[in-house]
Design a protein around this ligand. Structure first.
Ligand SMILES: [Zn+2]
Length: 457
């Protein structure tokens, strides 16, 4: 009798394991089946060069960036277009993880839950991306060989119109990195989606949001900068004395002393709360591609280091795409569309979209009333400091950053902001690594790219 009980117990245990295992498999099958089917070892979906056989990739107005003809993958005929769209389209070898050929391989191959990787027409599905090849080329040319990223997106729909990461290369003529990686530093990395870097003064927009909400008298305060401001027993320096100013001018002059002092007054927990709320330490899902998380780490920080953290130095890092989304929320009353790269998915036969992508909204990244005030002050930055002439005809708000990166290297140049224009609701970000002055270097690239965006769309 005892033996039968024991066996029954063992059987029950085995049945439980089986059920749990089956449940786990079903869950993984539904969530990751597409990835399994498009793994390179599924030979029937790849040609003998290891290239995904099916599905074309178009830009938003129908330029074929990559197609598949007779089992061979082809690319756009112009090399500059190929380089400017490399990190969005991907490479045949699959080194660029954010490229559509890799990140959206399951969609391109026509995978679905019922038929798996088999497609009756053998042609997979075509993908229309949100990016515009012409805008990417404009941004790529404006970067002029420098290293960094450019992004522009529509904060109402989420469409990323321009996404360039440099250095880049021609996918038809890939560099041999084993020979020399000179000029190809982190070339497979999409800096826009997958890097987190020292932000410098563009981060003051976060400290400003916290101060506007937590310090009721902020807009009536007058600050004085002598070029050196004492915060927590040590100094925070400015490139020059900024004199007397209110908070609006402090942002336009980008006074480190003022924002360092504000961060120290706000305290570590309030600052951390606002950075988190702005989404800067989280990852965004851009059609399933997770952006790099930024960091805001104050563990063990002194009051003076807390001050530096409020001006985007100390240990701060941000991801360009996430920061751009925060800019979208400032312009859009507190929330913004989550950036996306897929505009539509089509079956190649009729060309009828089988799926249009819905717009997703972020959480509230900044309170609506605060967003309105920050937006006004960022518009004033352009009038007071950057020069409206550079952005003629645009209702633009912006903030520059010249972020010290240490190691004897030149600072990172940043320029980010938004257009307050119902016909062109765009947020943007430009990063030039070790590029020098944010307003001059990155600002110039932003002006060129935004001009192209407004003229074309
Ligand atoms: Zn100052």
């Amino acid at each position: 009798m005892r033996n039968i009980e024991k066996r029954a117990f063992v059987c029950l245990l085995l049945a439980l394991f089986l059920t749990a295992g089956l449940g786990f498999f079903c869950y993984r099958y539904v969530t990751q089946g597409g990835d399994w089917a498009s793994y390179p070892f599924n030979r029937h979906m790849y040609n003998n060069q290891g290239q995904l056989i099916s599905g074309a990739i178009y830009d938003r107005d129908g330029d074929a960036l990559s197609e598949c003809t007779d089992g061979k993958r082809t690319y756009y005929p112009d090399a500059t277009v190929r380089k400017a769209t490399l990190h969005a389209v991907g490479d045949p070898q699959g080194n660029i993880g954010t490229g559509a050929l890799t990140a959206f391989a399951d969609t391109l191959s026509g995978y679905n839950l019922v038929t798996g990787g088999y497609s009756p027409t053998g042609a997979g599905r075509d993908l229309t991306l949100t990016i515009d090849a012409y805008l990417n080329v404009t941004a790529y040319n404006a970067m002029a060989g420098r290293q960094g990223a450019v992004g522009v997106y529509n904060y109402k729909t989420g469409d990323i119109l321009c996404m360039v990461s440099t250095p880049t290369y021609d996918p038809l003529n890939p560099p041999d990195l084993s020979e020399s990686s000179e000029g190809y530093d982190g070339v497979y990395l999409n800096r826009f989606l997958s890097s987190a870097q020292v932000p410098g003064s563009i981060f003051k927009t976060v400290t400003l949001a916290a101060a506007l909400e937590k310090m009721p008298d902020l807009e009536n305060r007058t600050f004085t900068c002598t070029g050196e401001t004492e915060v927590g027993g040590d100094v925070i320096t400015c490139p020059k004395p900024h004199g007397e100013m209110d908070i609006k001018s402090a942002l336009a002059k980008s006074c480190n002393g003022v924002f360092g002092q504000l961060a120290a007054e706000l305290g570590a927990s309030t600052m951390t709360e606002y950075v988190k709320k702005a989404g800067l330490t989280d990852r965004l899902s851009v059609d399933g591609i997770l952006t790099a998380a930024g960091s805001y780490d104050l563990s063990g920080a002194t009051q003076n280091q807390l001050g530096w953290s409020g001006i985007g130095q100390y240990k701060d890092t941000v991801n360009p795409c996430t920061m751009m989304t925060y800019m979208g929320a400032i312009a859009n009353g507190g929330t913004a569309a989550v950036p996306r790269l897929i505009r539509s998915v089509e079956t190649p036969m009729g060309g009828i979209p089988t799926a249009w992508k819905r717009t997703q909204e972020t959480t509230t990244l900044i309170e609506p009333a605060t967003a309105a005030k920050v937006a006004e002050m960022m518009k004033n930055d352009v009038v007071q400091t950057y020069g409206s002439d550079r952005f003629r005809g645009m209702d633009i708000g912006a903030k520059s950053g010249t972020a010290e990166v240490g190691g004897g290297k030149r600072p990172n140049a940043w320029f980010t902001g938004f257009l307050d224009d119902p016909d062109h609701p765009y947020a943007f970000i430009v990063l030039v690594e070790n590029g020098g002055g944010g307003a001059s270097v990155a600002g110039e690239i932003a002006a060129t790219v935004l001009r192209a965006c407004v003229d074309k769309f």
